[in-house]
Design a protein. Structure first.
Length: 102
């Protein structure tokens, strides 16, 4: 079982998709994928990749939100370190929503 270079391979694949102007595939749960007969017998691993940094330069924007919503976002970030920041949270949620609406 070789998964040592999985992060580099996935990152390279995503970089190539972005360079070619193609969509980044939406995130799927292992449970969802395991139900697919095409993947029967596969070994599963979770790899954390921040795709926002692969999508080009950042641009600062101002967003006005209700204080209670900001408090909920901050609590979510505190209990889910993969978001790292409000910007990271908003970017990941937006990407998820955009991917699911296609």
């Amino acid at each position: 079982m070789i998964i040592a270079n999985a992060k580099e391979a996935i990152t390279g694949h995503i970089e190539l998709l972005v360079e070619m102007g193609q969509d980044i595939p939406s995130v799927s749960s292992v449970g969802q994928l395991a139900k697919n007969a095409e993947y029967a017998g596969y070994t599963w691993a979770v790899v954390d990749i921040d795709v926002t940094r692969l999508m080009g330069g950042s641009e600062k924007i101002n967003v006005t939100l209700p204080k209670s919503l900001i408090d909920h976002i901050d609590r979510c970030i505190a209990s889910n370190p993969e978001f790292k920041s409000r910007s990271g949270f908003l970017a990941q949620v937006a990407l998820g929503r955009i991917s699911s609406s296609r």
